[in-house]
Design a protein. Structure first.
Length: 223
């Protein structure tokens, strides 16, 4: 016979089991797998959307997609086996995902990564119809128009005639925002999968990074 546990109020409670905890862990793993798979699939779409930015950018997005899809598979397999996920792999995935979002913020608020997104890539200067053909500087090789003396522009406001030109910024778009949202979900799951002591430190670290990003935006570093 098994004795039931008596609570201070005098009511009996069933013996504690790990079934409930295993079910909760499995749900977290499934949600994390969904977030990682969504982020990986969206990065494939981002790579296709950035074909004109060069091979380096496309390759980076495809490698990121492969890593995130692999993470999704690992989380699914872990949920099926019922084993606890390796905390080191969870921590590594968390750091990498946070770094990706940080890279995303830097790429759309500064010009630090503009040099890595060259339209057409470096190979575009050596191949094609005009390969090997030289043309006079200031003369358009296609139309023959002389641009050496300047170009007439139409503007409703004042135009700067000298000084440094501000780099053109483009909006992230719905695809980029959706990718960040999927990675945000993944960060929440990976944080929840951390051990209790690590989880508190992780949350404090994420809050500190958020405060740093806000301070950089407030001071104009991130515009």
């Amino acid at each position: 016979m098994t004795a039931s546990v008596i609570t201070p109020e005098g009511t009996s409670s069933p013996p504690a089991t790990g079934t409930g905890q295993a079910r909760v862990l499995s749900r977290w793993l499934w949600v994390g797998a969904f977030g990682a798979a969504a982020a990986g699939g969206l990065h494939v779409a981002v790579a296709a959307d950035h074909v004109g930015a060069g091979e380096l950018a496309v390759g980076f997005f495809l490698l990121t997609a492969a890593a995130q899809l692999g993470l999704a598979v690992w989380l699914l397999l872990t949920s099926w086996t019922g084993a606890a996920p390796d905390r080191r792999l969870v921590g590594l995935a968390l750091v990498a995902t946070v770094a990706l979002i940080g890279l995303y913020v830097v790429s759309y608020t500064t010009g630090l990564l503009d040099a890595f997104a060259v339209p057409g890539g470096s190979a575009g200067h050596d191949t094609g119809v005009h390969a090997g053909s030289a043309h006079t500087p200031g003369i358009d090789p296609i139309t023959g128009v002389d641009y050496s003396t300047g170009i007439a522009i139409q503007t409703e406001g004042p135009a700067a005639m000298a000084g440094d030109l501000a780099p053109a910024r483009h909006a992230p778009g719905a695809l980029g925002l959706a990718t960040v949202a999927a990675e945000g979900l993944l960060i929440a799951v990976l944080t929840a999968l951390q051990p209790a002591a690590w989880r508190r430190r992780t949350i404090n670290g994420l809050l500190a990074l958020g405060g740093l990003a806000w301070a950089l935006w407030f001071t104009g570093v991130l515009a």
